[in-house]
Structures are given as C-alpha cells and as structure tokens.
Design a binder for this molecule. Structure first.
Ligand code: HDE
Length: 686
C-alpha cells in the first residue's frame, strides 16, 4: 500500500475539488473504490443529518476506532532501527550456529531499545533499565537476543515477575507515579527481596540514565548454552559493547531533558542514523564450560549474578551496525515481537529459571498484543530464510498454503519433512531429581556482587549511587520501608549505608538485614564502571552554540570546523529561530530558539556574543539559565571574549575555571574540542 495522499482543497461553498491529476494516486477505500470527496461526510441536504449509508465515512471511522493495540505490559516505550550484524571471528569451536561461524556473513537485524516501567507515552529519560532487544534474521531462522543494558536482573525466578512489575509501575489506586521507581510500592517490594540488591546497585547507578541508546552497553543477561558440530556444550554470556563509548547524563539533566524533549533518545537515534553516523556495537562472548562454572562463588544459572570480565575475558566476535530507520513506526517497531524462544541450531537455553519462564511469557504475550497466532506473518517478524510448516488458518492468516496435504507424514508426496542434518537438536543434558518448588541454595548469596559492583565504581559514581538512593527513598512515605532498605545497604557497604541514612535524616544506621549467606569480599571489577572506561572522543556528540546579533562570523566558523573535525554535531541556538546577523551583515540561521533548547540537550556548549549581545544575554533569564546549567552540569564551555567579560558574570557566580575556554577567530576552538572528548570537567564538581 502506498501512502501518497491526494491534495484536496475545501472551497468556500463547502465542496471540494479533487486534484488527483497532479501526479498523486487516487485515494480509495480499503477495497479500492476511488473516493471523490474525502473532506465531507454524506448528509441530507447542506445542513442536515448524516446518512448511515455513507460507507466511506463508516469505514474510515471504524478503522480509526481500532487503531490502538494493547501496549506491551513492560517495555511499552521503545524505538527501533534496522541494521546488520557482521561476524568477524568464527565461534565454530563452540557452536554450529551459522550466524556465529560464517566470518564475513552479514545478517540482517532489527533492534528495539526501550524503557521498562513507563507507558508508551512516557519520557525517554526516566531512571530505568533499558531494553536492548535484537532480532537476527539468520539463514537458520530468527534468533532473538532479548537483552537489557544491565547484565543482571532483580529476581531469580520468573514466578516473581508479575509482582516485580506490579510494584514498579504506577500504584493501582492512584495510577501514579508514571515511569518511576521512586515510590512506596517499588521499594517496599524490593526491600523484601534481598536477591534484588545487586540489581539495585545497577539501577541506582548512572546506567539507568544513559545519554543515548548509542552510548550504552547491552547484555543477554542469562547464561546460554552453545553446542558445536561435535555435540560439545559450552556456556556463554552475550555482551554488546558500543564503539561510541558509554556515557550517561546527570540526574538534574535527566529531569530537565524530560521536560524539554521527552523524545530525547528517539530523536538522538533518528538524527544519528539520518545523518549517516551509524551506531555500532561489538558482540562479545564470555565462554566457559560447566566445570569452570562450578568453580565460581555463585551459580551461573542465577540471573542476579554476572561473570566478571576480569575472570572470563570478553571475546569480540562481530559488529552490529544500525543504518536504517523504520519506514513506519507501528508496522515495525510496535508490531515487532521478540521471543526468547527464538533460537537457532547451536544456540540453546540454560536452566536459568528466569529464562525458562521468559520462554513461556514472550510467546503468550504476543497473542494478547498482536491478536493472532499468525503474528509471525507480519513482515517485521517473518524470517528472511525459507520456511515451511503445516501450521494453518487462524485470525489474519496471510500465507496461502498450496496443495492437498496439510499433515505429515502423508502419501501425497507433499509438504515439508524434518531434516536431521540441519535441524535443531536439543543438547542431551542430563536432568534428574524430585519435582520441587524450591530455590537452589546456590542462589543464596545476595550481597557479594552488589558490594563488588559498588566498590568497583569511581568516587563520582559512588556519589551518584548514594544520591539516587537518597532521592528515591525520600519519595517513599513509609519510614519503615526507608529503614528496611538501608538495612540491606549495610551488607553492601557500611559507608554507603551511613551516607544514605544521613541523607534520609534517619537517627541511626539500621541494623544489617540478616544475610542468607555471609558476604564475600571479591576482587573488584573495573570493567563495571562507566567513567573508568570513558570514551576519549567527542565524536557523535552534540555541541550547542548560543549566538547573538553582531558576532564575528569567523569565530563561529572556526568552532564549527573544529567540531566537524571531531565528528560532533553543532546546533545554533539564538533568541529567535530566524537566526542572527553577523557584524558584516551575514545572516546566520538558528536551529533552535533559546527557550526551546536548554543547554541540557547538549554535551558541551559555547556562547558567541557581540559586546551588545553579551549585555543583552545577561538580561535574558533563559540565557542565564542556559549557561548556569551548563556550568552546574560540569560541561566544557567555550566563550567569545565579550561573552566571557559581559555575560558570564551575570549567569555564573564562580570565576571561569580550566573547563572554560576563550574563543577567537584563530584560537581556542581546537583546545576546547580536545577537552570535550573528556565529556565533563569533573574537577568542577569536586
Ligand atoms: Fe522481559 N518481557 N521478561 N525481560 N523483556 C517482555 O514481552 C518477561 C526480562 C525484555 O522490545 C514482554 O513482547 C518475564 C529480562 C525486553 O519488544 C513480556 C521476565 C530481560 C523486552 C516479558 C522478564 C528482559 C521485554 C512484554 C522474568 C533482559 C522488550 C512485551 C522472567 C534479559 C522487547 C513482550 C521488545 C519484554 C516477560 C525479564 C528484557 C511480558 C516473564 C531478565 C528487552 O513477555
């Protein structure tokens, strides 16, 4: 179906002229009847009642009334893009999956990023886990790696998932707060679930306020099984490492970005891909065998644990590139149906009780959401390789099976049959035991890795974790819940517990929660810190430049050139979107109007002002806020001389520091951009 619409113009007389002749297709009903007038419904006379026989009106409204489908029960807000996965290193020693063994092979992929708790219309910078779901359209069927940007999870058994999500989403009586965990129900549940403590450290860290989908890691979370041609089994953990580097925003920025641009992450991905700056992630694997797994202090089937990279290095085997936005959001991003059950020969599930539960839930939920067992007929879900099966009929069946035999075996000589050579064979893992409703005692250590994560952070990141806990728990009304949560922190790190207790105004640090297993001091894992592994490039980032009338255009040109060399995008911000006029009368257009583009939308900022312009900016509230926020958010800042002399003192009480650069037509821009690769001038905060 094409989407070109005919141009129609209502006339004063209430009639319309159709102008389909000007190159557009003729608009039709769903069944192809050409429409002469799509502007007016059929009435008795000019001012009379509608006629029910108006099939054009009824069809259009009928369809509109049914446009919405149920949103995902979790991960409702998401954004997707197409791309490819190219294998660079064969894993044929451990798997027979072609997608992981054919070096140089480019496999089509579709990726959907999401937040978890908020509804479809919630804001992008909610403090939340991000979904990172990848559908590989492999030669051997679709493989869905439905991961998150955090390598562990809250719970150990899928039977607790509905409780977790009920507690996290808006409270049932009041229907708020939206897209936030800062409320009683969430912390009540969490503080009663010691197994969640490792995940709590992650969600209170900067991982949950990423600067962009492009700047975050992804993880398969569970231990999966790989099986090679000889039938040998290995365990694997999957990782996505962003070539762009990791980066997060500050909490105060997140709050303000949500107001200024609730679609911040969507827009970022859209802009980058439209501009040809394709985001890339390397696929990494940690591979270990069952015996090695037994040597860990934890159980690899427990999704609240990670395998430290320092213990099992991540082997990079391929690259994912996102290079095409969807044509239509609903058809693709909304209707895509990920399923942990979608695996291919050579890749298998482990007994992780969370993963086993997911295998039921993802298939089940699609029936509710997409309304038919034929959801794999929708193009975004359909495999790209040949497929043949005897499943038939049902709502909205799009296939037209041929022939007489719809069963097998048959003696008509028709239809597909199994292929023991190519087909999926389950690894014959030995299983035995009583039928029990229990949690393995090997899952009982709830604090050691939480402690490892916290202690592996830089001081700045530790401060952010404490701040986030204090913020969230301050929104909790019941003091007993706040105290119970802090009693868990005592087991993670007494210093952290003391800071949070103090920040909450508790009289004393509560007694430690009784751990099921003694807390172990493990080696630290520097790989878990964002800042310790910060990128050393400003490429793919955004520079906001506030300009005024009367500036020397050469200063701006020099800055733009340096930014371009650094691979960054520049956005010109001015008091009027029409732009400004330089001192030589040159017109410079603005991309944004000042109060619609606060500095939180940029990674670094510059102010280029004339003498008069700088004085004027000093009187404009939005301009002062623009610079003051950039300063408070520890951004690198560049200023023209006049901006520094006249505007800075009106906006910022402190003197300019080493994170502030002065720009002229032939100096300052390169030094500024070099500094920007460090993202923030952390010393300012110290
Ligand atoms: Fe999900 N999850 N999940 N989840 N999940 C869904 O499936 C579920 C879990 C994840 O962009 C739902 O199609 C259970 C872990 C992503 O379309 C649902 C459990 C991880 C997405 C579901 C988990 C995830 C979902 C809702 C506990 C990281 C979005 C809509 C056992 C490894 C996929 C849908 C997309 C979506 C169930 C836990 C990631 C209800 C029962 C752990 C990225 O089926």
């Amino acid at each position: 179906m094409t989407r070109k619409t005919s141009k129609t113009q209502p006339t004063d007389g209430g009639e319309t002229h159709q102008t389909a002749q000007d190159g557009h297709e003729t608009m039709t009903t769903q069944v192809g009847m050409p429409i002469a007038d799509g502007q007016n419904s059929l009435k008795v006379g000019r001012r009379g009642p509608h006629l029910i026989e108006d099939q054009i009106f009824r069809e259009k409204l009928f369809h509109f009334d049914h446009e919405r489908i149920p949103e995902r029960v979790v991960h409702a807000r998401g954004y997707g893009a197409h791309g490819t996965f190219e294998l660079t290193q064969s894993l044929d020693d451990v798997t027979r999956a072609k997608v992981l063994t054919e070096v140089g092979e480019k496999t089509e992929v579709f990726v959907r990023f999401s937040t978890v708790a908020g509804n479809k219309g919630s804001a992008d910078l909610a403090r939340d886990v991000r979904g990172f779901a990848v559908k590989f359209y492999t030669k051997e069927g679709n493989w869905d790696l439905v991961g998150n940007n955090i390598p562990v999870f809250f719970i150990q058994d899928a039977i607790k998932f509905p409780d977790l999500i009920h507690a996290a989403k808006q409270e049932p009586d009041r229907a708020f707060p939206q897209a936030q965990t800062a409320h009683d129900n969430f912390w009540d549940f969490i503080s009663l679930m010691p197994e969640a403590m490792h995940m709590v450290m992650w969600i209170m860290s900067d991982r949950t306020i990423p600067r962009s989908f492009r700047f975050m890691e992804g993880f398969g979370v569970h231990t999966f099984r790989l099986v090679n041609d000889a039938g040998k089994s290995s365990f694997v953990k999957f990782h996505w490492k962003p070539q762009q580097g990791m980066q997060s925003v500050l909490w105060d920025e997140a709050v303000k970005i949500n107001g200024a641009d609730p679609d911040f992450h969507r827009r970022d991905l859209w802009d980058a891909i439209q501009k040809g700056d394709y985001p890339k992630w390397d696929l990494g694997v940690q591979i270990f065998d069952e015996d090695f797994a037994d040597s860990f202090d934890f159980d690899v089937l427990d999704a609240t644990k990670l395998v430290p990279e320092e213990q099992v290095p991540v082997r990079m085997v391929g690259t994912l590139t996102l290079d095409r936005m969807v044509d239509n959001f609903f058809a693709e991003t909304e209707q895509v149906a990920f399923q942990t059950g979608n695996i291919v020969p050579g890749i298998e599930h482990s007994n992780d009780p969370l993963l086993q539960g997911r295998n039921f839930s993802y298939l089940d939920t699609q029936l509710k959401r997409l309304g038919s067992p034929n959801f794999n007929h929708i193009p975004i879900n359909a495999p790209r390789c040949p497929f043949a099966h005897l499943q038939q009929d049902g709502h909205m069946a799009m296939h037209k099976p041929q022939g007489r035999a719809n069963y097998e075996p048959n003696s008509h000589g028709e239809g597909p049959r199994e292929n023991p050579e190519r087909g999926f064979r389950s690894y014959p893992a030995e299983e035995q035991g009583e039928k029990l409703r229990v949690r393995s005692e090997t899952f009982a250590d709830h604090y050691s890795q939480a402690r490892m994560f916290y202690l592996s952070q830089t001081d700045t990141e530790k401060d952010h974790i404490a701040d986030a806990l204090i913020f969230e728990l301050s929104k909790v009304e019941a003091v007993s819940i706040r105290e119970r949560m802090v009693s868990h922190l005592v087991n993670i790190d007494i210093g952290l517990a003391e800071i949070v207790a103090d920040g909450l105004g508790l009289n004393e640090v509560p007694v430690a929660a009784e751990p099921a297993r003694p807390v172990i001091d493990t080696d630290l894992s520097p790989a878990l810190s964002i800042l310790a592994n910060a990128p050393d490039t400003f490429s793919g980032r955004k520079l906001g430049v506030l300009v005024t009338d009367g500036i020397d255009a050469k200063v701006l040109e020099a800055l733009k050139l340096a930014a371009e060399d650094a691979g960054a995008t520049v956005e010109i911000v001015a008091e009027k979107v029409g732009g400004i006029t330089s001192n030589r009368g040159q017109r410079i257009e603005a991309d944004q109007k000042l109060d619609g583009a606060p500095s939180v939308l940029y990674d670094a900022v510059a102010v280029i002002a004339s003498d008069e312009g700088a004085t004027r900016l000093g009187r404009v509230h939005a301009a002062r806020g623009w610079l003051a926020d950039a300063h408070a958010h520890l951004k690198f800042i560049a200023l023209s001389e006049a901006a520094q002399a006249e505007f800075w003192p009106k906006a910022v009480p402190d003197d300019p520091d080493a994170g502030v650069f002065v720009l002229s037509a032939d100096d300052g821009a390169e030094d500024f951009l070099t500094a920007c690769a460090r993202m923030r001038f952390w010393d300012r905060g110290a």
